[in-house]
Design a protein around this ligand. Structure first.
Ligand SMILES: Cc1cc2nc3c(=O)[nH]c(=O)nc-3n(C[C@H](O)[C@H](O)[C@H](O)COP(=O)(O)OP(=O)(O)OC[C@H]3O[C@@H](n4cnc5c(N)ncnc54)[C@H](O)[C@@H]3O)c2cc1C
Length: 377
């Protein structure tokens, strides 16, 4: 079988392009992935013992305000009514995140209205007198004041980055959302949100289900790089530094590790994600995926939870690290990328960026329209 396009990576970026090329251009596509499954970082599977569906690489909530993305993705799935909320435990008390009026009142044991809460926090911030934050700690204090920072952000950040926030650049956080109302929806601006009714993997199965698409799993591009005979283009969605053999050095990533536990009760924590802000607690979050599908009739005898810990591990790229060094390095690789004629590099690993799923889908649709479709008209 001959292929016009080779797509490296069966995550959202690669799968959207494969689907468009196969169905709209009626062109043959080979999709390869080094994983043993499709779906990339969004892969979902069933826990054998409880029958509960979970996301292998961390809880994924779909949310978007782009009609283009929503119209596209809903061709492959319906969504349930799940709305995301984040809570954090500090000193055995649970607070709402991002910080809202309920968090402020509960933390300071007050009963302020929105206006008074704003004035109250303004004074807390002014007390510190930080005009030009030199590190992440100063930046956070200049945004929410010292007490809230020390309780809810400091140790959580330390556990996330493995470094004292004083040693981290202020650029890592651009803002800390503060709400002077009681809204507890995490994705407050999203017009649509939810979890695919039959899970994420089903979405990818449907996208890649075409006689024009052939999928090869457990297939590392770098092992067979010279064997592919591609007529049109290679679309590469792996790490950009690896594509160029790390000639300028490797981009740094923060990794999260998950440890699964089966518990013989119906509900462990009453919510899908609970943050742990205290340094004595060795994990950053606990995920309980049964809450992602309130519409399903899961067993009442069992639940699964996942302890999340953060690590530095360049082999398993999860979150890009927003430092000057990585920014400069990426720009060097980007210059090399611009010289490639036959290869398109994209997706979260190719762009060294944190993209939500909707942004990834939008970027893939744009890439199809600008770089593939136009050329074939
Ligand atoms: C912990 C975490 C939680 C997240 N939660 C959310 C969320 O709640 N909501 C949301 O909207 N977004 C979330 N995201 C973002 C979401 O995961 C991304 O938007 C999406 O995965 C990007 O798709 P992609 O195709 O660019 O990358 P990926 O899904 O990573 O796909 C890239 C694929 O390329 C393959 N590949 C790499 N190198 C090679 C090679 N050499 N040969 C063959 N194959 C290769 C990989 O195996 C992978 O399958 C989260 C991300 C993380 C890290």
């Amino acid at each position: 079988m001959k292929f016009n396009y080779l797509i490296v990576g069966a995550g959202f970026f690669g799968s959207v392009l494969a689907e468009r090329i196969a169905n709209e251009l009626n062109s043959k596509v080979l999709v390869i992935d080094k994983n043993s499954h499709i779906g990339g970082n969004c892969y979902s599977e069933l826990d054998e013992k409880s029958g509960i569906e979970f996301h292998r690489y961390g809880t994924h909530i779909f949310h978007t305000s782009s009609k283009k993305v929503w119209d596209y993705i809903t061709r492959f799935t319906e969504f349930n009514s799940y709305h995301h909320q984040v809570l954090t435990t500090h000193k055995n008390k649970v607070y709402q995140m991002p910080i809202n009026l309920e968090t402020i009142n509960s933390f300071y044991n007050l009963n302020l209205n929105p206006y008074d809460a704003k004035e109250f926090l303004k004074k807390e911030i002014e007390k510190e007198g930080i005009k030009d934050p030199k590190n992440l700690e100063e930046k956070a204090i200049s945004l929410i004041g010292r007490s809230l920072y020390e309780a809810l952000i400091k140790s959580y950040t330390f556990k996330q980055w493995g470094k004292d926030p004083k040693e981290l650049p202020p650029s890592i956080i651009t803002r800390l959302p503060l709400r002077y109302n009681y809204r507890e929806d995490y994705f407050v601006d999203a017009r649509w949100q939810g979890i695919p009714l039959e899970g994420y993997t089903k979405v990818f199965e449907r996208m890649l289900n075409s006689p024009n698409i052939h999928v090869e799993l457990n297939c590392d591009y770098f092992k067979y790089r010279n064997d592919f005979n591609v007529r049109e283009k290679i679309i590469y969605t792996g790490p950009i530094d690896q594509y160029f053999d790390y000639i300028y050095g490797n981009l740094e990533w923060r990794t999260v590790k998950f440890q699964k536990e089966l518990i013989e009760i119906e509900d462990y924590q009453g919510t899908s994600v609970m943050n742990y802000g205290d340094i004595e607690v060795p994990y950053t979050r606990i995920h309980e995926p049964r809450h992602l599908h309130p519409e399903r009739r899961y067993t009442k005898q069992k639940t699964v939870i996942f302890y999340e810990k953060s690590e530095y591990d360049p082999i398993n790229p999860y979150y890009p690290i927003n430092t000057e060094r990585n920014h400069t390095l990426f720009n060097q690789y980007k210059e090399l990328m611009q010289k490639e004629n036959k290869v398109i590099i994209g997706g979260r690993l190719g762009d060294y960026a944190y993209y939500d799923m909707d942004k990834t889908i939008l970027a893939a649709l744009k890439c199809y329209e600008d770089k593939i479709c136009k050329k074939n008209r």
